[in-house]
Ligand binder design. Sequence first.
Ligand SMILES: Nc1nc2c(ncn2[C@@H]2O[C@H](COP(=O)(O)OP(=O)(O)OP(=O)(O)O)[C@@H](O)[C@H]2O)c(=O)[nH]1
Ligand SMILES: [Mg+2]
Length: 331
Amino acid sequence: MLNEKRMLPGRTDPKPSFDPYSLAFLDQEFDPDVDRSRPHTFKTTCVIGLGGKGFNDIEHLRTRLPPSIRLLRIDHDAESANGYGLWLVNKATGEEIRAEEPSETFADYMRQTSTLFLVGGLGGRVLAEYALSLAMRGKASEIPTFAAVSSPFCFEDKRFDLARQVGADLIKFTCGCLVQPNDWLRSYFGGEAKLVDAFTSQRQWLTHTLLTLHYLSHTSQLPNAQNSQSTGHQMHMGFGRGTGKERLLDSMKAAHDSPLLTEMPFEACHHAVVVLTSGELPSTADAKHAEYICRRFLPQDCNIEVKRLADSRVSTDLYATLLLFTQALDL
Ligand SMILES: Nc1nc2c(ncn2[C@@H]2O[C@H](COP(=O)(O)OP(=O)(O)OP(=O)(O)O)[C@@H](O)[C@H]2O)c(=O)[nH]1
Ligand SMILES: [Mg+2]
């Protein structure tokens, strides 16, 4: 619940007639125009999926991320008892090409990487084994590195301690580590939806996070992205949709109230990026208004950036995406 101080101006009818958290537009083909910010260098964004959840994530992202983004996967190797495998995923066909010499091939990929994303399930063995060394490698090579991971259900108690430890370490070595607890998915769907439905929506959230960060990595000063020496951040994301005359206010309010920000300590936020997305570029007046709204629930000295983005898949709706950065908090 919002406290008084954080309360945003609301409308008389608090219940919009549509789902403020639907990202259905992401299931359409990717709009190459959104990729226009990509600088013309040989370097590219690279996403690495780790373990079983990483596999599911990559399979989902394959058809939804722009062709310029490279997808890799690291997993147990079915052919050897203790080994692991590195696969390059062909976006068009889904075919996976096994890298013959993982270390050399991987070093090549890293030389061609401008921003690195690690995705998977905290508490998974593959992620526990490789995510931290990948993040440290990214940091040492001055590649801005982000992690977007889910944390285990509370009933997976064996995985929980591992997840806590790996998550805390990942936060130290990334520019931003976003942890989405699987239990939030359940509560968001009232515990009634099939788990697979909850996972599908979680993957839409993940896709949205990656697309937003991919865009921002070329256009914005994300905290620490340029500074390999400083300590890491915990990243939190919320988004909301608005439509009609009050779409800016509705989308900002929905973003603030997002189930993804269930336990967000807004008072601890030191850097915030707001991305306003619509079919046509949102106005500068909307951007000013969004900043004004943020000032009502973020600390005085919080650095706030507002970005505007056109995406032809979105029609006349407006999406407000909040990326909020804090120092490491308890997981
Ligand atoms: N949200 C979400 N979570 C998943 C999904 N698949 C697995 N998980 C969670 O991810 C965590 C790690 O599981 P895996 O990715 O299968 O782990 P692994 O690296 O393959 O290694 P093992 O421990 O051997 O299974 C577990 O806590 C699962 O609950 C998925 O598709 N979506
Ligand atoms: Mg597994």
